[in-house]
Design a binder for this molecule. Structure first.
Ligand SMILES: Cc1ncc(C[n+]2csc(CCOP(=O)(O)OP(=O)(O)O)c2C)c(N)n1
Ligand SMILES: CC(=O)[C@@H](O)[C@H](O)COP(=O)(O)O
Ligand SMILES: [Mg+2]
Length: 627
């Protein structure tokens, strides 16, 4: 008979009734459940395994029906989900219409803030603490933030404000000495304090034996020194930093000792000022392959539990990310001006091989997209060619820096925008469906999207050699498997490619939409309908000359197709062009993502749901042509 504790936890309050050995058993059961589900669905395995004991201790002491826990990024919240009523739906994790991989207020009363992007928890918690006090509430507010997420500037804006207000607020720093890759920066060195502590300890011992060897003067000095010991320790531990922000500091404590965590939280629950608890955990804890390779298992696809081997997809063409990584090295080998930058995503953006080959020209700035952009602007201002490789949705953080530090000064920064379009299981926080809209209205900016991986190569080369800011946006996943030209060339700025002629209608397509649009036009030709198809290549500047000519000669509607929000995107720019050119009576049908946040699901599922696959495009076009 199945006698698992996990099956009895339908409400987190049940955690409070368990004995210590039962909590240890439950931790193991949670890990099994998390590993099994991630092995099938993929997911953020290593971060979630690392906080199982922390999650149990939090739920043992706090009551999430009223107390507020804000998980930073939220990719580590699987145990929290399992014990807050979502065990039976956990098998749907990250799937279409299933439960989210991140906390979601709409999903549970125990999720208090929607997340996915990093470093927001302290600010949100501070806001909740202020609101609680204004409303005369009594609940606790707890932010749980990782050491990687502490590299994001907003975390310090939050700390600075929270420490100043000194509200009843708990920040738990989950320090596993890892971001997705190795964590970077001075703070990370400061937190991994082992060497410093040993060093301080040795100095203290040496000093003590020296003073003890002296006469009574020495003993008096020793007494003073002993009294100063605490402050000396404080001077060399991370506590110093957080205390300077106005927080009480507790730690570092073992984040896998559920009893110690529980005792600590019990005490802290009675405090009524801002406290930071520094908890040390192991990323991937309890699953040896993840402990050994936490970067691979940070966000992993389906894998074999016994061997820890990731199950490869169908194979096929190289990924856009991989091609980017290859081309950028190729360009850098001939152009010494090229400098590559990532904001904590060296693997995800394909820059890791570049980092190995050109370590002096590679910079991981941490989760600091704003700094990454302005840093790139500084490099460009001195005549070099920075390439900032970044996910579309994370670039949103740096809108003002793109405007103020790059475009306004017309600096030659390349934005290599990966994960443009829908990204899949990460869902609405991570889909990259706004970049065309938020980039194309900025003066000086050139915006490109390749129809395939070969065009990606030429666009990157074009971008690095362009004298102003430019962006190349490309999707998550594989290219089309087209042959790659060996010789890179610059594309004429603002020139599109006419792929097929026809006067029954005009399709203007961008990036990943070019191939399915072309296929649909070819199929319709067999039914006697001849549509022109344009690979836009440039979203900005538009190839106005060609597009106006084609609009003039078409007898049918104009279709625009893009993997971006319809609002403000490429289709909108065509409407503007039509208006500016004085056309009237032109029917324009814009195909893209509607004005709502797009849910999680596989890319193909989402494209099908929103009519961006071949079947959907054909249906839309046929309807408009009244076929
Ligand atoms: C603004 C932003 N940039 C980048 C990311 C990608 N990202 C997600 S988790 C993560 C590392 C977080 O490290 P840490 O906070 O230490 O958590 P851990 O995974 O180690 O538990 C990164 C870079 C993100 N979610 N948000
Ligand atoms: C939580 C987070 O932001 C990242 O781990 C993200 O999920 C990575 O996405 P990719 O899998 O597309 O690299
Ligand atoms: Mg970490």
């Amino acid at each position: 008979m199945n006698n698992r504790i996990i099956d009895r936890i339908t409400d987190p309050k049940a955690i409070k009734m368990l004995s210590h050995p039962e909590l240890v058993t439950l931790a193991a059961e949670l890990r099994t459940e998390i590993i099994e589900t991630c092995s099938k669905n993929g997911g953020h395995l290593a971060p979630s395994l690392g906080v199982v004991e922390l999650t149990l201790a939090l739920h043992r002491i706090f009551d999430t029906a009223k107390d507020r826990i804000i998980w930073d990024v939220g990719h580590q919240a699987y145990a929290h989900k399992l014990i807050t009523g979502r065990k039976d739906s956990f098998h749907t994790l990250r799937t279409l219409d299933g439960i989210s991989g991140f906390p979601k207020r709409a999903e549970s009363e125990h999720d208090h803030f929607d997340v996915g992007h990093s470093s927001t928890s302290i600010s949100a918690a501070t806001g909740m603490a202020v609101a609680r006090d204004l409303l005369k509430g009594t609940n606790k507010v707890i932010a749980v933030i990782g050491d990687g997420s502490m590299t994001g500037g907003i975390a310090y804006e939050g700390l600075n404000h929270a420490g100043h207000l000194n509200k009843d607020l708990v920040v738990i720093l989950n320090d596993n000495e890892m971001s997705i890759a190795e964590n970077v920066g001075a703070l990370s060195n400061f937190l991994s304090r082992t060497i410093t502590n040993e060093f301080v300890h040795k100095i203290k011992k040496d000093l003590e034996s020296f003073l003890e060897g002296l006469d009574s003067v020495g003993h008096s000095v020793l007494k003073v020194a002993k009294r100063a010991e605490e402050s000396l320790k404080g001077l060399f531990t991370p506590g110093m930093l957080f205390e300077a922000f106005g927080f009480e500091y507790i730690g570092p404590i073992d984040g896998h000792d559920v009893e110690l965590l529980t005792e600590t939280f019990e005490k802290v629950k009675r405090f009524d000022d801002a406290v930071l608890i520094h908890v040390v955990t192991k990323k991937g804890k309890g699953y040896p392959p993840a402990e050994k390779n936490p970067s691979l298992f940070h966000g992993v696809g389906p894998f074999d539990i016994a061997t820890g081997k990731v199950i490869k997809g169908k194979g096929g063409a190289a990924s856009y990310t991989g091609i980017f990584g290859d081309v950028i090295r190729k360009i850098a080998s001939e152009d010494e001006r090229l400098v590559a930058i990532t904001a904590a995503m060296p693997d995800g953006t394909g820059l890791s091989p570049f980092a190995k080959e050109f370590p002096e020209r590679f910079f991981d700035v941490g989760i600091a997209e704003q700094h990454g952009v302005t840093f790139a602007a500084g490099i460009a201002a001195k005549g070099l060619r920075p390439v900032f490789a970044v996910y579309s949705s994370f670039l949103q953080r740096a809108y003002d820096q793109i405007f103020h530090d790059v475009c306004l000064q017309n600096l030659p920064v390349t934005f290599a925008i990966d994960r443009a379009g829908v990204v899949g299981s990460d869902g609405p926080t991570h889909h990259g469906v706004f970049d065309l809209s938020f980039l194309r209205h900025l003066p000086n900016m050139v915006v490109m999207a390749p129809k395939d991986e070969n065009e990606l190569q030429h666009m990157l080369f074009t971008s690095v050699n362009y004298e102003g800011p430019s962006a190349v946006r490309y999707p998550r996943g594989n290219g089309l498997g087209v042959p790659l030209d060996q010789q890179l060339r610059t594309l004429p700025i603002g020139k599109s490619e006419l792929l097929r002629s026809g006067t029954d209608g005009l399709i203007l397509a961008v990036g990943t939409m070019v191939s399915p649009c072309f296929a649909v036009a070819e199929a319709l030709a067999k039914e006697g309908m001849n549509l022109a198809v344009v690979n836009a290549r440039f979203i900005k500047p538009l190839d106005s000359e060609l597009i106006i000519d084609l609009i003039r000669t078409t007898n049918g509607p104009v279709f625009t197709a893009e993997e971006n929000a319809i609002q403000g995107g490429f289709g909108s720019s065509i409407l503007e062009l039509i208006e500016e050119s004085g056309f009237s009576g032109i029917r324009v049908i814009r195909i893209g993502y509607p004005d709502r946040f797009i849910e999680q699901g596989e890319q193909a599922e989402l494209k099908s749901r929103y009519g961006l696959d071949e079947a959907g495009l054909e249906a839309t076009i046929k309807k408009a042509l009244k076929l």
